[in-house]
Unconditional design. Sequence first.
Length: 247
Amino acid sequence: MSDVAKQLSERERVKLGPGSGISPKPRDAATLILIDRSGKAPRVLMGKRHHSHKFMPGKYVFPGGRLDAADRAMKPIDELCEACVRRLGQHVVKWTEGRGRALALASIRETAEETGLLIGKEDANGVDSKADAWKPFVSKKIRPSLSALTFVARAITPPKRPKRFDTRFFLADRQAIGAEIGGIVGPDTELVSLDWLTFDDALGVELPNITKVVLKDIAERLKTGEIARPAPFYFFRNGGFQRKLLD
């Protein structure tokens, strides 16, 4: 077990405690990590969750959420890279490339819903979708760009949790933002604030354990220039976190 997996395991043992519980099946989810490398130090976009939320109240997170049926119907302007497609399909039952595409699109849709930032490129022919969640892209004529995304991590929520997700983490540069919708973030919304933080500052705020682990990995990728290196996969088995590399 790696040092990172050991640290995650110790934290989860404290949270879970003794006894048994029902573990719901993890649901497909996706999140997007936006980075800005225009300054001296790279920054990452973090949102602070509303304190009234039952799930991770008051914590800083990346925008993201569950896969939606409408994500399968949206047509992107381009596709994920070959390595991303290959890695997404590893250690998954009944995998299809369409599912991987939909997960990448889910990360883009959720980012738009929670931040007002639309990742994509203008399509002069327009964008069609009947789903409310994709209306901002339709109105702005922005078609989601999957080539702007890099698959960088996967994590499954440990057992004994009321909500469990099989989350895929994608990375994109701020330059991939094709349009912005104002008035999305406020005191009564899911994310009450959005902040572009240096990685040192981001690691100093209140974060979920897995978010901290992924942030450290992204910082190392940026430091070495290996943005597209294999993606770590974190999952709980035999009483502890395991870490595998998807390549």
